[in-house]
Design a protein around this ligand. Structure first.
Ligand SMILES: Cc1cc2nc3c(=O)[nH]c(=O)nc-3n(C[C@H](O)[C@H](O)[C@H](O)COP(=O)(O)OP(=O)(O)OC[C@H]3O[C@@H](n4cnc5c(N)ncnc54)[C@H](O)[C@@H]3O)c2cc1C
Length: 481
């Protein structure tokens, strides 16, 4: 089977997959964006597609919470931002006539809350707060520190760090053997500076600075998904779930909800998939299968007769995911000063933000976006305990929270049965793992954010890109089928 490069996938996709057509029966496991993207493109090209989805909704981590809120308020539990570099996401938004609005993460009123006081991100506020910066760092603001330790770092590694196709050169490969923490320490950053910097690249490291590959992080920071560069960032108007729902409408009748796959077998002639239907095991036969499920959830599927290579087996067991908990509190009214606040605190919840800065009505939703060990702690709480804990914490930063609180909810991605984690955590050595993760195994093809060409997770566009790759892989087998 052909091994497609990132550039080839992009070109074939942009040209509408010229010449791709087939009649094979394809089972797609998972109706997240990767599974939906693959199913949508294959159906249009003649393939006989069946999608098996464990949950009762499409979208997986593209998930908008509309309940228990009132007044039409909603909040994103997973994906929320579409950057200018989200090529595949933007393509489908245009195709399905879905509109974009400016991201809530643009023009935030960002600051720190540390030692029971508010500290702005500018140089004089940080200097006044005396947080323990070293002599070289004194007098710098948070964004200056970012320039010093992040921008200057990846700029020195240009052009290698920003090459089109991700395959580390000898020059940058060593950074894949060190953590973000060690790399920053190696540049002379004090602990206090790292604390101030971390929220500015929170998404990538997810609180896992001591595990995340410095190379993966630098790659992200040098590209259009970097948190430090929010220019052109957008969100899907009306909620992120509009995108998976648009796919699902077009695949109506082909997606079977509430059907968790529990086993996959393959031989030279086909694939046999076992799934549960109302608690009863059922099987479906197909020529090929697209496994569009995160590896954390794949680990629960019996693959002992799937004839996978030892390398694939090891990568399925090894890939880690970020721990992320998002807690939402609906407030009767805005009781704090400022608009679109985003606070990085030294509390166990870390982030507090206004999750509805541009939604209409007097009510608001405050969100705690919690990652890493803090998220693992919150994951161990019951839903009720989690909401109460976050409310108590927020009260100490924004007095009046308790008085205005109406209702709360949360999503702990570690405990979501069909995810068991947020997005991928590219650990030290991740660049060696990547080709194995996406490599097809016989009649089984691997799609999903984790199976992208880029070493960073956390983007719908990577899930959709991986779907496009599986379409080309399947088409390349058509003659031999
Ligand atoms: C907190 C958070 C914030 C994020 N922020 C952004 C952002 O701002 N912008 C952005 O672009 N992306 C963001 N992402 C990432 C984005 O949501 C994901 O990369 C993308 O949605 C992943 O799609 P996927 O199809 O690979 O996986 P998923 O969405 O996880 O889909 C997998 C599907 O497989 C199903 N499944 C699992 N096991 C089985 C089984 N045994 N049988 C059948 N079905 C099964 C699941 O139910 C699910 O529907 C964020 C993610 C999280 C968690």
């Amino acid at each position: 089977m052909r091994d497609f490069t990132q550039g080839e996938v992009r070109r074939e996709f942009d040209e509408g997959f010229p010449g791709v057509t087939g009649t094979q029966r394809i089972t797609v496991v998972g109706a997240g964006l990767a599974g939906l993207g693959a199913a949508y493109e294959l159906v249009r090209r003649g393939y006989e597609v069946t999608v098996l989805e464990a949950r009762n909704r499409p979208g997986g981590r593209a998930y908008t919470l509309r309940s228990p809120f009132v007044d039409g308020l909603f909040a994103e539990a997973g994906a929320m931002t579409v950057t200018p570099g989200c090529h595949y996401t933007r393509h489908y938004l245009t195709e399905f006539n879905l509109a974009l609005d400016q991201s809530d993460l643009v023009d935030t009123q960002f600051g720190f809350y540390t030692g029971s006081r508010y500290v702005g991100s500018d140089a004089s506020s940080i200097s006044e707060a005396d947080l323990g910066l070293n002599d070289e760092e004194k007098g710098l603001g948070a964004w200056d520190l970012r320039d010093r330790y992040v921008k200057e770092f990846y700029t020195e590694l240009m052009p290698d760090i920003a090459q089109d196709s991700w395959e580390p050169s000898e020059r940058i490969r060593p950074f894949d053997q060190m953590t973000v923490w060690d790399a920053l320490k190696g540049r002379g950053a004090s602990d206090a500076a790292i604390d101030l910097l971390e929220p500015l690249f929170n998404e990538m490291t997810g609180g896992e600075l001591r595990a995340c590959s410095a190379l993966s992080w630098l790659r992200l920071e040098s590209g259009s998904h970097a948190l430090g560069n929010s220019q052109g960032w957008a969100k899907i108007k009306g909620g992120t779930d509009m995108l998976p729902r648009a796919f699902a409408t077009r695949l109506s009748g082909l997606i079977h909800y509430g059907k968790p796959v529990v086993g996959i077998e393959q031989n030279e002639t086909g694939v046999r998939t076992t799934y549960l239907d109302g608690g009863r095991p059922m099987t479906i036969l197909s020529d090929r299968l697209v496994l569009a499920v995160p590896f954390s959830a794949v680990r629960r599927i019996d693959l002992s007769r799937a004839a996978l290579s030892a390398e694939k087996d090891a990568s399925i067991r090894r890939l880690r995911y970020m721990s992320i908990v998002r807690v939402y509190l609906q407030m009767r009214k805005q009781f704090w000063d400022g608009t679109n606040i985003a606070l990085s605190t030294d509390l166990p919840i870390k982030w507090v933000r206004d999750a509805t800065p541009h939604q209409a009505g007097p009510r608001k939703i405050l969100e705690a976006y919690v990652t890493g060990w803090r998220a693992r702690m919150l994951s161990a709480m019951s839903e009720e305990e989690r909401v109460q804990f976050v409310l108590d914490q927020i009260e100490s930063v924004l007095p009046g929270a308790r008085e205005n609180f109406e209702v709360g909810t949360s999503v702990a991605w570690d405990t979501e049965r069909y995810n068991e984690g947020g997005f991928i955590l590219p650990e030290v050595g991740h660049s060696d793992l990547m080709p194995t993760i996406r490599q097809p195994e016989g009649r089984i093809h691997f799609a999903g954010e984790h199976a992208g060409y880029e070493p960073n997770g956390g983007a719908m566009t990577f899930a959709l890109e991986s779907a496009a790759r599986t379409v080309l892989e399947i088409a390349s087998t058509e003659v031999a089928a």
